[in-house]
Design a protein around this ligand. Structure first.
Ligand SMILES: Cc1cc2nc3c(=O)[nH]c(=O)nc-3n(C[C@H](O)[C@H](O)[C@H](O)COP(=O)(O)OP(=O)(O)OC[C@H]3O[C@@H](n4cnc5c(N)ncnc54)[C@H](O)[C@@H]3O)c2cc1C
Length: 155
């Protein structure tokens, strides 16, 4: 510690961004002399309406040492496999954006590039057939991937 060391960090606003920043700073500025404070307003509400998140939140929580089971129980959370856009390009059109990877990359070539090449030469299923989260959600199924879980090649 020297005279230029940051001793106080004050976060104004206790919404999603404020509390996530406070959690990260408390974890990584835990040096014995920097104090992180958060000021909440009694008069101004938050936007937060119950957040749906995207996969990087798993890394954020792991970085903070938050146990996923405890997190889900405390927040009454559920798992999300992707986002479905209904009437997006045109009325009646549906697009499901799955989380996770499509298929396997091959020798540095991304799977979707291989898929597009194949599709230019023959009729192919929709690429979502190679996404485990797209297939699971279309079946109304969900399972937490294990540490060794890898997507499998399909013909
Ligand atoms: C209908 C709807 C659905 C949404 N769905 C999702 C979703 O599924 N997934 C997702 O990620 N996001 C979603 N969002 C967006 C998400 O809710 C916001 O982006 C997020 O909550 C914003 O967080 P924030 O911390 O920036 O703002 P806020 O949560 O609004 O927090 C701002 C904080 O600042 C405080 N504040 C403001 N002015 C002052 C002041 N002068 N002094 C002290 N405190 C002050 C307020 O009291 C508040 O606590 C949705 C939003 C809406 C409206």
């Amino acid at each position: 510690m020297n005279e230029h060391s940051i001793r106080n960090v004050v976060i104004v606003g206790g919404g999603t961004a404020g509390w996530m920043a406070a959690a990260a700073l408390s974890r990584y500025l835990d040096n014995g002399y920097t104090q992180t404070s958060l000021i909440e307003s009694e008069d101004i509400g938050t936007i937060g309406v119950g957040e749906a998140t995207i996969p990087p939140l798993v890394n954020f929580n792991a970085m903070l040492g938050i146990d996923e089971d405890e997190f889900l129980a405390a927040t009454k959370g559920t798992f999300k496999l992707g986002i479905e856009f209904v009437n997006w390009g045109q009325i009646g059109h549906r697009y499901f954006h799955p989380f996770g990877n499509y298929g396997h990359d091959l020798q540095g070539v991304h799977f979707h590039q291989l898929y597009l090449r194949e599709r230019s030469q023959r009729v192919m299923q929709d690429i979502s057939a190679w996404s485990i989260t797209a297939v699971a959600s279309s079946l109304g199924r969900c399972a937490r991937p294990g540490p060794e879980t890898r997507p499998r090649c399909r013909g």
